[in-house]
Design a protein around this ligand. Structure first.
Ligand SMILES: Cc1cc2nc3c(=O)[nH]c(=O)nc-3n(C[C@H](O)[C@H](O)[C@H](O)COP(=O)(O)OP(=O)(O)OC[C@H]3O[C@@H](n4cnc5c(N)ncnc54)[C@H](O)[C@@H]3O)c2cc1C
Length: 500
């Protein structure tokens, strides 16, 4: 039994020597610690925050930006135990097999392994987010027993399914800090340290290993951790920041010998109201606009996803299109519905219209990146700057997807789709963000093209690994947490092999 220790109560100059130090107590760090709990390894979980949000701690996340508008760097992250799951939406969906493949129209694509390498870990990841049984591929069967689905016919898009982290009635999606507090405390081998900010990764002079971590509290206490292994699990932006800022031995930053750390930043943009989708028969598909309780513990939501064959033929990226809320059609829209219904010979007297939103994948871009600035936080760590860029081609690719969805709806006589945005400014005006921070410590077996290898180990360093979505080299349109958890559980197995 290990109670949470407040790092501010340690003696100055303390040196801790765990087998594995995990930097960050978000879903990745907590799941990794719990997955290693049954071993004999001593685990030190270093978390910057505590159980509650402290504005002074949160301020260390603030940074600056250039390029296209994006959420401020301290808005999409929470520096408390449980990290981003203290405000996440609970949307879960595994990545598609094609997301892992090298695609000739997607520069820099290709994971070091196929999706089958994560398959054994998904059920445990699903249990960690408390999303009910693993039935992503059974949504059609379960839903059509309740109400007719929208027939899309043969084409480039199909109905796919999200599942939700525990979110029933007024129960919020699983908040990892709160949900797993007792499990962490019950594990004799996990020592959880709160209010402990890692400020530097110190390497041995030959730059082959991590020698120690510098840790500080906002009360001015400084101490040292000398672990056998280190895992960075500080989130999709902060992992890159810690590597870049630790530049005393490797002058460009740890793992940055090939100038890759911080590059390829990604998120899933969520353009809203980009199209209006009309369903001719009002009885069809309530689960497209609402979450559906399947009665077996699973809450599901239907979305429109491109097939791998369509993506290949039209050179598009991932997207998951949702029907969002009912809207009133204007006169032009009503006329279009009547004309289309007559031409197709269908009854559209109960037609209902919905706004359409989408989680998109952006083309990998090395210049969409995080760098350090001269400004420092309260503990002296340089703050981050994000250069954001969404190109017209990113939007154009998604328009092709929407056009195909419209074609399929008309072809099957189920409905129609009207595109509302054509200019870049219209897309950007309606843009929301997933706050999914991806790609900045990308995985590639070639050190010139990635920061970590297929095991999540930083190239060139024997005892430094990275967990979380920063390592995703491409990321599809599925929300990341379920996927980064599966990858973290795989990392736990790797650590058991090398650290035991
Ligand atoms: C509004 C919102 C909605 C979201 N909705 C969804 C969703 O529906 N589905 C989904 O899959 N994902 C969603 N996400 C994303 C999800 O929150 C992240 O994918 C997830 O939290 C990442 O987990 P992580 O453990 O890698 O990082 P984080 O959750 O960011 O955790 C990092 C932890 O490290 C700690 N830390 C940081 N720096 C240091 C340091 N120097 N020393 C010690 N500790 C440090 C932090 O305090 C934090 O606890 C959402 C995010 C937001 C903001």
């Amino acid at each position: 039994m290990s109670a949470f220790v407040d790092a501010r109560t340690l003696a100055a100059g303390t040196v801790l020597k765990p087998d594995i130090a995990i930097v960050g107590g978000g879903p990745a760090g907590i799941s990794l610690a719990l997955a290693l709990a049954a071993t004999k390894l001593d685990i030190l979980l270093l978390e910057s925050g505590s159980m509650n949000l402290d504005p002074a701690v949160q301020d260390m996340y603030a940074g600056s930006q250039s390029g296209d508008d994006y959420a401020s760097l301290d808005a999409g992250r929470l520096r408390t135990l449980g990290g981003g799951t203290n405000h996440w939406g609970g949307w879960c969906r595994p990545l598609d097999a094609s997301d892992f493949e090298k695609r000739d129209w997607v520069p820099h694509s290709g994971w070091p392994f196929p999706r089958t390498a994560l398959d054994p870990y998904y059920p445990r990841a699903q249990a960690l987010v408390e999303a009910g049984p693993w039935i992503y591929d059974q949504g059609d069967r379960l839903a059509s027993a309740k109400a007719p689905m929208l027939p899309l016919g043969h084409g480039g898009l199909y109905t796919s399914w999200f599942q939700f982290s525990k979110m029933r009635g007024d129960v919020l999606p699983t908040r990892f800090g709160v949900r797993y507090e007792a499990d962490i405390k019950a594990a004799a081998t996990i020592k959880p340290l709160l209010n402990a900010n890692v400020t530097a990764i110190r390497l041995t002079p030959d730059a082959r290993r991590v020698d120690r971590l510098d840790v500080a509290t906002l009360t001015g206490l400084r101490f040292t951790v000398k672990p056998r292994h280190v895992v960075l699990a500080a989130g999709g932006m902060e992992n890159a920041r810690l590597l870049l800022a630790s530049n005393d031995v490797m002058k460009a930053g740890v793992g940055n010998q090939n100038d890759m750390v911080g590059r390829f930043f990604g998120d899933n943009p969520i353009p809203r109201d980009v199209a209006t989708l009309v369903v001719f028969s009002g009885k069809r598909g309530p689960y497209y606009g609402n979450n559906l309780n399947m009665g077996n513990g699973a809450i599901m939501r239907a979305v429109f996803a491109p097939t791998a064959a369509f993506a290949r033929s039209r050179h598009i990226m991932g997207s998951l299109t949702t029907m969002e809320h009912p809207v009133e059609l204007d006169e032009t829209g009503k006329a279009a519905v009547i004309t289309a219904a007559i031409a197709l010979g269908v009854d559209a007297s109960n037609a209902r219209a919905f706004s359409v939103g989408c989680g998109m994948e952006l083309m990998p871009d090395p210049d969409r990146r995080l760098t350090l600035t001269g400004e420092k936080d309260a503990l002296g760590l340089p703050r981050l700057k994000l250069h954001m860029r969404v190109t017209d081609d990113d939007f154009a690719r998604y328009r092709l997807t929407l056009a195909e969805l419209g074609r399929q709806l008309l072809a099957s006589g189920a409905g129609l789709l009207r595109l509302n945005c054509s200019h870049r400014e219209e897309w950007l005006k309606n843009m929301d963000w997933g706050h999914h921070h991806l790609g900045t410590v990308r995985m590639h077996s070639n050190p010139k093209q990635g920061v970590v290898d297929g095991d999540g180990k930083v190239h060139g360093l024997a005892n430094l690994h990275v967990a979380g979505s920063a390592v995703f080299p491409t990321y599809g349109a599925s929300n990341p947490t379920l996927n980064l958890l599966a990858l973290t559980l795989r990392l736990a197995d790797h650590l058991k092999r090398i650290a035991a």
